[in-house]
Design a protein around this ligand. Structure first.
Ligand code: CU
Length: 213
């Protein structure tokens, strides 16, 4: 074997190594009519507990152009989140949700950091701008994701084993039952969910008036 081929073989072996230990789950979420549903949260609860340290990655829900960005955020229980205001006007962000209630009176720029230590859905609002709404799904697992515009999401690096796969969408009319799957390194199954959720209708937003917020 040439030196170059040996190096290549070695690289391929390294690239393949994580596959031997972990599995990938694909989920496809559609609405009641079968159309792809974006912004659906999908998370996997392992049947047997395994190492699930909370990833210490900074998570921010920004206010930009007088909207919450992103519209839907998903984090593991134990994650801290900030709410930076990137607009040239003030916002007053709040939540009354049992999973996490807080209030950030009129501010711009940086916000305090809040710990999300209970599972559940947190609904975000702004006292100044009625149309602003955002959601944080706090899930008790490091294995989660959010569907793209094609209704697809991929959960990577799941240890082999049995999982209950849950789904949720902010506009859903009813809770959806979880699906049980068994994952091994050789397969990357696709789980399909149908969530009865009407299309998101953005609320009217008046033109920006810098003098009046
Ligand atoms: Cu606002």
């Amino acid at each position: 074997m040439s030196r170059r081929a040996a190096t290549l073989t070695c690289m391929l072996a390294l690239a393949a190594a994580p596959m031997a230990r972990s599995a990938t789950l694909q989920a496809q979420v559609s609405d009641a009519s079968g159309k792809p549903l974006a912004d659906a949260v999908v998370w996997a609860i392992p049947g047997a507990s395994h190492d699930s340290k909370v990833a210490k990655v900074p998570v921010a829900v920004e206010q930009f152009d007088r909207e919450f960005v992103p519209y839907v955020t998903v984090v593991q229980v134990g994650t801290s989140i900030t709410f930076p205001n990137r607009d040239p006007i003030m916002h007053h962000v709040y939540s009354f949700s049992p999973a996490k209630a807080f209030d950030i009176p009129l501010y711009t720029g940086k916000s305090p950091e809040y710990l999300f230590d209970k599972p559940g859905v947190v609904t975000l609002g702004c006292n100044i701008h009625d149309w602003m709404i955002g959601y944080i799904a706090v899930v008790p697992t490091p294995h989660f994701g959010k569907t793209d515009s094609a209704g697809a999401v991929r959960l990577r690096d799941l240890p082999a084993g049995a999982y209950d796969i849950h789904s949720w969408h902010p506009q859903q009319r009813a809770a959806v039952a979880p699906e049980r799957v068994t994952l091994d390194a050789a397969s990357s199954p696709t789980v399909s969910f149908r969530i009865d959720a009407p299309a998101r209708k953005p609320k009217y937003k008046p033109p920006l008036d810098r003098l009046k917020y």
